[in-house]
Write a protein that binds this ligand. Structure first.
Ligand SMILES: *Cc1c(COP(=O)(O)O)cnc(C)c1O
Length: 384
């Protein structure tokens, strides 16, 4: 019978994934508040949410979103260049540029869409993309779409980037360097000062993905602002779906570069605008981030309380990895914590390199010191 090979193929691949403890499924996670989830009828304290400041359920953010829906309706109705650039967008792009100290900003449908739009718009077949070996999948997808030559450098290793550019830069027209500001699976900060200086030397363009940095480091302004003076990063992208609690991606840059991206980034041109309620929520969230630097310091403070309790290297962001090795061990540890009322996901390959399956803890401003102390006790227990 024709068409059977699809079912056979999917069945065989799923079987292989299950055998390697790499099978994943989507589960329903009801939310009571920003730092608990309800799973199979049990309420668990979650250390698995990117809503670092609890803004996804903040009354001001929710009210702004509802008001925008009532003003403008639910959907954007078209791509932004046609008729989907509704009245909520201008304030958000202004707030982003202001937060980052740039001339301009562009909002995309998501962080993933931003990366797969920006990278191919900037580089092509005669160009080079250098990326940190731990860079997010969406950055790599952008690089693959660009058809530029792709070479990786050692994780957070400025020396490795410098050697790579020394050897390769002259062979190409343009060069784009990709890194995360706060690494999503490791929680560490990129050495942006060194990377930016190297890019300057070799005429390479630095794109920093601040998905996990916005709202959490540099008084909430992101990884470029963790030093004084801030590091000059020509392309600061990120997402509004994590600490901002809403949805959407962005890039902040000069007016001319943004103008060019609005004309050339295909995920901007050929995808529908974000819903008005989502855009308004993000704008309200950014205003809260801007006016509450003390709130933005809490996730890091909680993460550091945890790393101190467990004798781990001090947390640099809201994310703390505990590498356990095999996928089976990571799953077992996650299950044991779940039995104790704590939700921490097991992160397995291909999200992280083979042999580095881990528990990944994400801390929020809503976790209390007592919550973190309880977590630390349970983690020590199950690791003993
Ligand atoms: C989450 C994430 C993205 C994708 O952002 P979305 O808005 O969720 O699509 C991109 N890069 C990094 C580093 C991320 O962690």
């Amino acid at each position: 019978m024709k068409g059977n090979s699809l079912t056979e193929y999917a069945t065989a691949r799923i079987k292989t994934l299950r055998a390697a403890d790499l099978y994943r499924s989507v589960r329903s996670h009801l939310r009571e508040n920003a730092h608990t989830i309800v799973q199979d009828g049990r309420t668990l304290m979650s250390f698995a949410c990117n809503d670092y400041l609890g803004l996804s359920q903040h009354p001001t953010v929710v009210a702004a979103s509802i008001a925008a829906i009532q003003r403008s309706g639910v959907g954007a109705r078209a791509s932004r260049l046609i008729s989907g650039n509704h009245g909520e967008y201008a304030a958000l792009e202004l707030a982003l540029a202001e937060l980052k100290g740039t001339e301009d900003a562009i909002v995309f449908g998501s962080g993933y869409l931003a990366n797969i739009g920006i990278v191919p718009a900037l580089v092509g077949a005669r160009d080079l993309v250098c990326f940190d070996e731990h860079a997010h999948s969406s950055l790599l997808a952008g690089a693959a779409l660009s058809r530029a030559e792709q070479l990786s450098f050692g994780h957070n290793d400025a020396q490795s980037l410098s050697a790579l550019l020394e050897r390769e830069r002259d062979k190409y027209r343009h060069c784009l360097v990709l890194t995360e500001g706060v690494f999503s699976m490791d929680g560490d900060l990129a050495p942006l000062g060194s990377l930016a200086a190297i890019c300057e030397t070799f005429d390479a363009w630095l794109l920093v993905d601040d998905a996990h940095a916005l709202g959490v480091v540099g008084d909430g302004r992101g990884s470029a602002f963790t030093t004084s003076p801030p590091v000059a990063v020509p392309l600061q992208m990120g997402t509004l779906s994590k600490a901002a609690g809403a949805y959407g991606g962005y890039v902040c840059s000069t007016q001319i570069v943004c103008d060019f991206l609005r004309n050339r980034a295909r995920s901007f041109i050929y995808s529908t605008g974000l819903p008005p309620g989502t855009v308004a929520a993000a704008t309200a969230a950014l205003a809260l981030i801007r006016s509450n630097p003390d709130l933005t310091r809490l996730p890091l403070a909680r993460a550091q309380q945890f790393t101190t309790a467990l004798d781990l290297p001090p947390a640099q962001s809201a994310i703390v990895p505990l590498v356990v090795g095999s996928p089976a061990r990571a799953l077992a540890a996650s299950r044991q914590l779940s039995e104790r009322g704590i939700f921490v996901p097991a992160i397995r390959p291909p999200t992280v390199p083979r042999g580095t399956a881990r528990l990944r803890f994400a801390f929020s401003a809503l976790h209390t010191e007592a919550d973190v102390a309880r977590l630390a006790t349970h983690v020590k227990d199950i690791m003993a």
